[in-house]
Design a protein. Structure first.
Length: 136
């Protein structure tokens, strides 16, 4: 599954849309506020099974990172939202850190990793622990 994703990343390169002051990471609360202010689009990159199990951050687009067309679909979201950052979230921010690293290495400049993800990790509380809205 991860190998297929990495192959997709290696095969697909999309030119970057520059946003001069995009932070590399935001806390869940900061990401929520960034989205609420219209500065970003939130994308949940977990699997459909995970979405069904835990719900999804309210308003997040659902793009399964194991889909062979994941990068193409994420780029379509980026192109459909010019001037906005793309904030990505997963369960604990492990997968989003990987996606962030791979895509920024290929020139993406408006991608944000949501620290701690939905469930939290270590000192990062996560979306749920911060009491941020979730929808099924």
């Amino acid at each position: 599954m991860m190998t297929r994703f990495l192959v997709c990343l290696a095969l697909v390169f999309a030119p970057a849309v520059a946003t001069a002051q995009t932070p590399a990471e935001l806390s869940p609360r900061q990401a929520y506020e960034h989205v609420a202010a219209g500065k970003a689009v939130l994308v949940d990159i977990r699997t459909p099974e995970e979405w069904a199990e835990t719900g999804v951050p309210k308003g997040a687009l659902r793009l399964d990172m194991t889909d062979p067309n994941f990068v193409t679909k994420l780029d379509a979201v980026r192109r459909a939202n010019p001037g906005k950052d793309i904030a990505i979230i997963c369960r604990t921010a492990n997968r989003t850190a990987l996606v962030h690293r791979e895509l920024t290495a290929r020139g993406w400049t408006n991608l944000i990793n949501v620290r701690g993800g939905l469930a939290g990790r270590g000192a990062e509380r996560g979306w749920k622990a911060d009491g941020l809205p979730i929808e099924k």
